[in-house]
Design a protein around this ligand. Sequence first.
Ligand SMILES: NC(=O)c1ccc[n+]([C@@H]2O[C@H](COP(=O)([O-])OP(=O)(O)OC[C@H]3O[C@@H](n4cnc5c(N)ncnc54)[C@H](OP(=O)(O)O)[C@@H]3O)[C@@H](O)[C@H]2O)c1
Length: 266
Amino acid sequence: MSEAPVILITGASSGIGAATAKLFGLRGYRVVLAARRLERLQELEQEIEEAGGEALSVDTDLNDLDQIQALVKKTLKEYGQVDVLLNNAGFGRTKWLEELDPQKDINLQIQVNLNAVIQMTRALLPHMIERKAGHIINMGSMAGFVATPTYTVYAATKHGVRGFADALRREVGVWGIKVSTIYPGGVKTEFGSHTEAKRKTGITTPKSLQLSAEDVAQTVWSVSQRPRRTVIIPWVLRLGAWLDFFAPWLNDWIIERTFTRPERGL
Ligand SMILES: NC(=O)c1ccc[n+]([C@@H]2O[C@H](COP(=O)([O-])OP(=O)(O)OC[C@H]3O[C@@H](n4cnc5c(N)ncnc54)[C@H](OP(=O)(O)O)[C@@H]3O)[C@@H](O)[C@H]2O)c1
């Protein structure tokens, strides 16, 4: 069996997950690709293998606990180990809370963005504990620090990921298992096509702060090589997190005037 390290990536069919899979494939990792769109995964698998890497596609719906367990079982059967778990899959529905559909917007968002992160990690943890090694990297979001209107449920899931990761790190660090969370601002991916947002103000991430999927993939690589607890990208957004912590009243005031009132037509 190959000695190359293994990364398991959820949400590998597009955006950040796909870019990270390519990068790790090129840099000698065996890459497990998980998502629902199998044909996309297989195209990526072929691309990685043509570039000299090794990949395994596993058709997985993270809304199904049996499929999460089957993904872990298949990975360990085929590759025998997981060195890095990247909990990356997620989506946002950015509408007012009263407009969110209770099932497909609220329950499903919590399921994929938070519950699946917990269940994936739980399913792999006995393997990592047995090896006394492993690195769990979560894809958070700035919404895990600064919660903005129309991101109620999304922000709840990303704050949840942050709490989960911080507590877990203090549980498993004693075995040498690392836990990191990356908190990007806006990233140019298919994420925006799933939000169903209708905006009047046109407020969006300024171009100068917008990241590419490849930028975030480079950060995942950097964190995998030099584990850190919390990485906010781009760096300047740390100021936003800082402001929200020390002066939440100021953020309330600014956001209500520049976003909520004009968007609600008040
Ligand atoms: N784009 C941004 O501005 C931004 C900013 C901060 C954080 N993030 C976070 O970055 C992560 C990746 O997002 P992205 O920007 O790369 O968006 P993306 O291109 O839309 O990718 C989302 C991935 O999640 C997968 N996914 C969604 N529902 C799933 C389900 N039920 N089961 C399995 N996989 C599922 C999708 O695969 P299938 O549809 O094939 O299943 C896809 O591969 C997310 O956690 C997101 O919250 C994004």
